[in-house]
Design a protein around this ligand. Structure first.
Ligand code: CA
Length: 365
């Protein structure tokens, strides 16, 4: 979905001294939705809650905006967290990522757990530590093993795609009602402390190894803008339960790129994900769990079959066995203080999903 040849995404911005307000990004301009008389709010939540008919109306009204009067150059504005996050869940939907993690963490067992191909595995994360792109991330400390505590020595990123709920539900969301509830898509970096994670995660899953920070992109691309990116979903074997079978699955052809200090280290493709976002939303609610505006669920690390399509350092360096060499001659097994990780993505037709970036700061002393 483009407007005068320019793709659209939404965010919250401010200019010097001004309050945060909604903006629509058209190329290198940010339209002030409040000044243009289209929608007045300080987060995306009220717009997201208003539902698909209003989402379409807002989009249509953008065609008539006087850009001279009501927009700013994108490089001159400050971006804020685009929405108040209600709940946050993170899935584990790449068969390549899940298999590689299994091979690394359980070298003598089967790469995938028995349930993995039967349901979209996920965990509930921490909504309160979700930060907008550009926010520094402090190296976390935690339990690293028996009797061992300190700053993580295995700080990692996970390149992911997030889906933001607009319209609440009071019960299960049928899989084909996905687009009635989900407002749009943003990039996610699920920062991870692998030593903490490995020690704590049995038997109940990730806790301190993930909860210290999760970064999201400043721009949310509305779902209706991604029609062109829809592709056939990968075949699933065994055939999943009826509640996970869609008439037209939401597999998306997004090309991700991950950079450390500006250097490209991975190019995963979102189309390779085994479980799709509509299956994840149906699963998230099938037990009757209600949805709230601002609920965020992320895909899980996006990894493809090739070594240069792995979406985290755990896989890229095989837990440190195969260090990466950066152009300045230094090597990385995991992230060092001062490193900047940037995940960006594009969809067919040149639609940009923007980027999510963050720089590592030293641990609390
Ligand atoms: Ca994750």
């Amino acid at each position: 979905m483009e407007l005068g040849g320019r793709p659209v995404s939404y965010g919250v911005f401010s200019t010097a001294g001004g309050p945060p307000r909604l903006g629509a990004r058209l190329g290198d301009r940010v339209v002030d939705l409040s000044a243009a008389g289209i929608f007045r709010a300080t987060t995306l939540n009220p717009l997201m809650a208003a539902g698909p008919a209003v989402w379409r109306e807002v989009f249509d009204q953008l065609a008539d905006v006087d850009l001279e009067k009501h927009s700013h150059p994108v490089e001159g504005v400050r971006m804020h967290r685009p929405f108040d996050v209600a709940d946050y869940a993170d899935f584990y939907a790449s068969v390549h990522h899940a298999s590689n993690v299994g091979r690394i963490f359980r070298p003598h067992g089967a790469p995938l757990h028995e349930n993995w191909r039967h349901l979209p595995i996920g965990y509930h994360g921490r909504a309160g530590t979700i930060v907008v792109s550009g926010t520094d991330v402090r190296r976390p400390a935690g339990p690293l093993g028996p009797g061992e505590f300190g700053p993580t020595r295995k700080l990692d990123f996970e390149a992911e795609v997030g889906f933001v709920v607009g319209v609440p539900s009071d019960g299960p969301v049928p899989i084909d009602a996905f687009a009635d509830h989900v407002f749009g898509v943003c990039l996610v970096n699920d920062w991870s402390a692998r030593d903490v994670q490995r020690w704590e995660a049995t038997p109940l899953g990730p806790f301190l190894g993930k909860s210290f920070a999760t970064s999201i992109g400043a721009w949310v691309v509305p779902l209706h803008a991604l029609d062109l990116a829809r592709v056939p979903a990968p075949a699933q074997d065994p055939v999943p339960s009826a509640y996970l079978r869609a008439a037209k699955p939401w597999a998306l052809d997004l090309a991700l790129e991950v950079r450390i200090n500006g250097h490209l280290v991975s190019s995963p493709r979102f189309a390779d994900m085994y479980w799709t976002a509509d299956q994840q939303l149906a699963h998230l609610t099938v037990n009757g769990a209600t949805l709230r505006t601002g609920d965020l669920f992320a895909s899980g690390t996006v990894s493809g079959p090739a070594p240069d399509q792995r979406g985290c350092l755990l896989e890229l360096t095989w837990d440190g066995r195969d260090p990466l060499t950066l152009p300045d001659g230094t090597t990385r097994t995991y992230l060092e203080d001062g490193d900047t990780v940037t995940v960006s993505a594009t969809a067919p037709g040149g639609l940009s999903l923007g980027e999510v970036t963050g720089t590592i700061r030293e641990a609390h002393s």
